[in-house]
Design a protein around this ligand. Structure first.
Ligand code: 5AD
Length: 346
């Protein structure tokens, strides 16, 4: 396996069959070898800096029905909420004070936010915080919509592709949603000029090493500026309630692979990783992640944004917990910085 990791490190990619054998056969020693390589890449491009993003979960209304997700349309038990412009602006104000220079507006696909409302919100944040990045994560839209948001001042867009394999995509989503449209969205976003993020869950139902290799190949082809991956965690009010969670080890291993594939990519140690293991975020950083995304949503709505069971929202993943997060990262030799943390092309 070491030869494969060396080859990945040198060529920044492997053939599909090599990725599959690596994913199926790696040992803990191989993983440590990979992480050492990944950290060396991080050191050369970022030093010991960790970028923070303030996550504002603007709505848990969603007109999609993804089988894995707790805020899917069919979950009639979800207590729904949405934030108005003033509440969102208040979150940004708190965040700015705490040192955030990126605001991520994330939500279900909620048609209440018309283009006019979104443009107004984006333009208001842009005006109030000219030194901050605005990231959107609100799902699939048309090219024209993405362009309007971009022109209003949005800089980045997160849209996990979820699974690059059409058959697998079809097993975790209802009819009507397609990987073709998802990929179209991602290419549109890149074309418009957004710093674009793709990604997937690790250990989602029916996933295999073969499918994961396709995810990696797709990501290599797309060349996104950001990649978000985290373990699948079941939600009890979803059709996938009885599936087990994705593994910590495999998630970390994939973070390491992605760091070698895309050396300058901005990659979070996700909340899901912190949820399946109390050391998850630190381990993610030591495997090759370089971003954390604390929660800036109003405290009263946080528990309602329940995309999977037991999602953490009060400790170091909360914006108010920034100091203890900083202390934890210091212990492993890393430092949170006050910075937009843009992607730097070669
Ligand atoms: N477990 C882990 N991650 C999930 N997501 C949605 N549902 C779950 C779940 N049950 C992820 C999806 C989505 C992101 C916002 O959260 O990948 O893109």
């Amino acid at each position: 396996m070491r030869e494969l990791i060396d080859k990945l490190s040198k060529d920044k990619m492997l053939e599909s069959r090599e990725l599959i054998s690596l994913l199926k056969g790696f040992t803990q020693e191989d993983a440590q070898y990979l992480f050492t390589r990944a950290r060396a890449v991080i050191d050369s491009f970022f030093g010991r800096k960790i970028y923070i993003r303030g996550l504002v979960e603007i709505t848990n209304y969603c007109n999609r029905d993804c089988y894995y997700c707790g805020i899917r349309r069919s979950n009639l038990k979800a207590e729904r909420y949405r934030l108005g412009k003033e509440e969102i602006m208040q979150c940004c104000e708190n965040g700015y004070e705490l040192g955030f220079r990126t605001f991520v507006l994330q939500g279900g696909e909620d048609l209440w936010y018309t283009d006019e409302k979104l443009v107004d919100i984006i333009a208001s944040i842009r005006k109030a915080y000219p030194d901050c990045a605005i990231t959107l994560s609100i799902g699939e839209r048309t090219y024209e919509q993405y362009l309007r948001y971009f022109n209003a001042g949005a800089d980045r867009y997160l849209l996990r592709h979820e699974s690059a394999n059409a058959e697998h995509y079809g097993k975790i989503h209802p009819a009507g949603l397609s990987i073709e449209n998802r990929k179209r969205c991602l290419y549109d976003l890149k074309k418009i000029g957004y710093q674009t993020g793709a990604g997937f869950m690790v250990g989602s139902p029916y996933q295999s090493a073969e499918y994961l290799a396709e995810d990696l190949l797709f990501i290599k082809e797309l060349e996104p500026q950001m990649v978000g991956i985290g373990p699948f965690i079941s939600h009890k009010q979803s059709p996938f309630a009885n599936f087990s969670s994705g593994s910590l080890e495999l998630t970390l291993f994939l973070i390491g692979i992605l760091r070698l594939m895309l050396p300058r990519v901005l990659m979070p140690a996700t909340t899901a990783l912190g949820t399946i293991n109390p050391q998850g975020r630190e381990l993610g950083i030591l495997a090759g992640a370089n971003v954390v995304m604390p929660n800036l949503s109003p405290i009263g709505v946080r528990s309602k944004y329940s995309i999977y069971d037991d999602k953490i929202c009060t400790g170091e993943e909360a914006a108010e917990g920034l100091i203890s997060l900083q202390n934890r990262l210091k212990k492993i030799g890393y430092d949170i910085v006050v910075d937009r943390g843009d992607f730097e092309p070669e």
